[in-house]
Ligand binder design. Structure first.
Ligand code: OSB
Ligand code: MG
Length: 370
């Protein structure tokens, strides 16, 4: 296709309930939605950036600037037949992986539509349903957390992840495990600890956790290898893995036994697939993380999670767990056995609702090839 027009929008969507983690509290979610048009095709993507550089160093402003100055000029007016051609055009620009991933997704969507194929098939997906779970933020007390978990189990989620933070950790793990002895259960620290907390993580070995996600620094791989040696519970890295090269370092150093893949964090689906394949070849299971995406990003996540080595349940919940109204149709719903159906229509397989998108748009800019 020839890339004739690109539009980016800063969107702000109100969350159904505030999401608290060791990084802070969010009541609204800011992202960038990317639209690419050419040859009568339209593709959609989402940059999973946030308002502040808390999870990642990228923000709405940095991604906007890099899209505007670097990534959009690299592809606008060009003929792109395969996504790797676009990635080659912007690969000289370092970092800014969430910005790249949003534009990459829009190109994948348009190119999949050009072939009449669902994105899942383009990426090499092999399943029509993917196992999913729910990520529960920090709550006011262990009792409130247990009630929240009970409500999600009632909705049909079979895997629960809770957020932990220093001083709000073992007590929460104990409370949830006592109440629900059988559930698939894991924790996410979002980099809030250091090696001095090794005894705390050893104590978590008694609670049959599936994994402990990103206990140490967001930039660390080495200290995680020291911690993993002391634990029976697998460590799973999230923040520290930005590329297939990072995944190789982490696996070779035995810093983790599981990896969380988020296309935004690693720069798109191509890099996600490289990590997926490396992990598959090395006996490391992967699962799909989430960034509270709208239905546009979620559609991409579900498609990617249909690849064969995504064997653990993903942080991919129903649209309603995040937003009162999604900006796509049909919205994502929880299916039987805590699974979600992979869209089967061409591209991302969901329709973007223009009025809903307009309602959540804070700023918009359009770029046309001459
Ligand atoms: O660490 O996995 C994380 C949300 C925002 C930033 C980081 C993370 C998360 C989540 C939510 O845990 C997962 C979801 O989208 O359901
Ligand atoms: Mg995480």
């Amino acid at each position: 296709m020839r890339v004739e027009r690109i539009e980016i929008r800063h969107t702000k969507m109100e969350l159904v309930s505030a999401f608290e983690t060791s990084m802070g509290v969010e009541a609204t979610e800011d992202h960038i939605i990317v639209r690419v048009d050419g040859d009568g095709l339209t593709g959609w993507g989402e940059c999973a950036v946030e308002e502040f550089p808390l999870y990642s160093s990228e923000t709405v402003q940095t991604a906007w600037s890099v899209l505007h100055d670097c990534l959009i000029p690299a592809v606008l007016g060009r003929r792109i037949e395969r996504v790797d051609e676009a990635v080659a055009l912007w690969s000289k620009f370092r970092g800014h992986r969430m910005a790249k991933a949003g534009l990459e997704q829009a190109l994948w969507d348009a190119l999949a539509k050009a072939q009449g194929l669902p994105l899942s098939k383009m990426l090499g997906g092999t399943r029509d349903r993917v196992p999913v779970g729910v990520s529960v933020g920090l709550q006011a007390s262990p009792e409130v957390l247990v009630r929240k978990v009970a409500a999600h189990l009632e909705e049909g989620y079979r895997r629960i992840k809770i957020k932990i933070a220093p001083g709000r950790d073992l007590e929460l793990v104990r409370a949830v495990r006592r109440e629900f002895p059988e559930i698939l259960f894991q924790v996410d620290a979002n980099s809030a600890y250091d090696l001095s907390f090794t005894p705390l993580f050893r104590a978590m070995d008694d609670y049959d956790l599936l994994l402990i996600e990103q206990p140490l620094s967001h930039e660390d791989i080495y200290d995680h290898s020291k911690l993993q040696k002391e634990l029976q519970t697998p460590i799973c890295l999230d923040e520290s893995i930005h590329s297939a090269a990072d995944a190789r370092a982490a696996v070779e150093l035995r810093s983790c036994r599981i990896i969380n893949i988020k296309p935004g964090r690693v720069g798109g689906f191509l890099e996600s697939m490289a990590i997926h394949d490396f992990c598959a070849a090395n006996g490391i299971p992967v699962w799909h993380g989430g960034m509270l995406e709208s239905g546009i990003g979620r559609a991409g996540n579900v498609a990617l999670a249909s690849l064969p080595n995504f064997t653990l349940p993903g942080d991919i919940s129903a649209s309603r767990r995040y937003y009162k109204q999604d900006i796509v149709e049909p919205e994502f719903v929880l299916g039987p056995d805590s699974t979600m159906a992979v869209p089967t229509g061409p591209g991302i397989g969901v329709e973007v609702l223009p009025d809903r998108l307009d309602k959540v748009t804070e700023r918009r800019e359009e770029f046309r090839s001459s």
